[in-house]
Ligand binder design. Structure first.
Ligand code: GLC
Length: 442
């Protein structure tokens, strides 16, 4: 009987909960249709393989420069990256021996090898996303699947399709990814779903226990997402007192920061990572210019950390391998803030203190980080601490000392702690000015 080992789990997840900020890349031949929901376009528009798959010939990747991406991610304060190795359309970006529907057969490069080499060289951890769904493989159900692009074609049947053969292929590709690319830090399997047209595509339908055992044997320290049990909907058994063997290691909310963080049924915080797109698409979408500005990215990152989670921020490059220029500027700006304030993110988590009206608090051991996102009249109030607990207070961006203010303005609040950020009504960092409070004891 499988018993969830809490201690091993805590060790395995430690780096991840310190890293807090990751780079996510959705890249594939769907960049060529490049419309809204491009990586799903084959399913949404029910495009036949004969029409969709030739896009592979235009997937040239000639501007692909993962070293540049790695530097961008690192400068933005990201500590890990996750790249699509195969999405639901079945096109592989890695050199799989099990298919010819892969980038190396078209652009002549193993895009995943270059990714892992480049990101590791910059000191980032590397993760691989692999779709357990596959609309290219002949043995994946076509009619008996609610999402298959051929689901409503009268000329298509499921006769002769052998799902076990597909499973052998899928497990075989995961084995390749876990064997051929050195140490992999995250495996992002995507995803499980109820399937009114046939068997539910959840858990053991994927031979989940066997798959996870293989992965953990090949990569003992790896972090796995929770999507052998669920998709963006649902949380899986990590939320229970007895997670399954294939529960994975983190919950993966999507396009949302969970309002109160996430807790299991014992009331303990669970490890989670919010996947969020920089605009409103995972894959490249030419018309989508709804990029989230840098200040929003910073504030959402702070929000994730203050609720005990990670932010995995996604970018969709075009077929040549260019990330939209707007994204480079946003990341550079995030990086400027992170360079001065990264200590309030990395290694930090929920402070378990009352949230101040002007912002949020993050915490790393005996250090509290007050994120001031709104100018205050004269002084900034620091809730949750008393004078006797405080060792010192610093402005994080430059390390200058901040003294507790006691004057006629604060006399009516003798128990409360206030500091001054100076006479200007504009904050030293208008996006988020961080005050570091070191406590005598954690
Ligand atoms: C959602 C999308 C999928 C994307 C994933 C990223 O499940 O449908 O296309 O790859 O989120 O986490």
């Amino acid at each position: 009987m499988y018993e969830f080992d809490k201690e091993a789990y805590r060790k395995r997840t430690a780096w991840f909960t310190e890293a807090r900020f990751g780079f996510y890349i959705h890249w594939g031949i769907y960049a060529i249709p490049g419309r809204q929901n491009s990586e799903w376009i084959r399913s949404i528009e029910q495009i036949p393989a004969e029409v969709y798959e030739p896009f592979a010939k235009e997937f040239t990747a000639e501007h692909y420069d993962p070293k540049k991406w790695a530097r961008m991610a690192k400068d933005a304060g990201m500590k890990y990256a996750v790249m699509i190795t195969k999405h639901h359309d079945g096109f592989c970006l890695f050199d799989s021996k099990l298919t010819e529907f892969k980038a190396p057969a078209y652009c002549g490069r193993d895009l995943i090898r270059e990714f892992v080499d480049a990101f590791r060289a910059e000191g980032l951890r590397v993760g691989l996303y692999y779709s357990i769904i596959d609309w290219h493989h002949p043995d994946f159900m076509h009619k008996a699947d609610i999402y298959h692009p051929d689901r409503s074609r009268p000329d298509v049947t499921d006769e002769g399709r052998d799902f076990n053969r597909y499973l052998a292929y899928m497990h075989g590709q995961v084995r390749e990814l876990m064997t051929n690319y050195g140490k992999i830090d995250v495996l992002w399997l995507d995803y499980s779903y109820p399937n009114p047209a046939g068997t539910d595509m959840i858990g053991e339908t994927w031979e989940a226990t066997k798959l996870v055992r293989m992965v953990r044997e090949l990569q003992p320290e790896i972090m796995i997402d929770n999507r052998l049990e669920c998709g963006g909907h649902g949380f899986g058994s990590l939320m229970t007192a007895h997670p399954n063997e294939f529960s994975g290691d983190f919950v993966s909310p999507e396009q949302i920061v969970p309002p109160n963080g996430l807790f299991n049924e014992l009331g303990e915080r669970v490890v989670w990572e919010s996947g969020v797109t920089i605009n409103n698409n995972w894959g490249y979408c030419q018309l989508d210019k709804n990029f989230k500005p840098a200040d929003m990215v910073i504030k959402k990152l702070v929000e994730c950390v203050s609720k005990g989670g990670n932010l995995l921020l996604n970018f969709g490059p075009d077929r040549r391998g260019d990330i939209p220029e707007e994204c480079e500027q946003i990341l550079a700006e995030v990086g400027r803030w992170m360079r001065r304030n990264g200590e309030s993110i990395h290694g930090c988590g929920c402070a378990e203190l009352e949230k101040p009206e002007y912002g949020r608090i993050t915490r790393n051991g005996n250090k509290l980080y007050y994120h001031v996102m709104e100018s205050q009249i004269t002084y900034v109030y620091l809730p949750g601490v008393s004078r006797s607990q405080i060792k010192k207070i610093r402005l994080l961006r430059d390390g200058t000392e901040l003294k507790i203010v006691e004057d006629w303005i604060t006399t009516n609040y003798p128990e409360l702690v206030f500091v001054s950020l100076g006479a200007s009504p504009v904050l030293p960092d208008p996006i988020d000015t961080v005050i570091e409070v070191e406590l005598l004891e954690a």
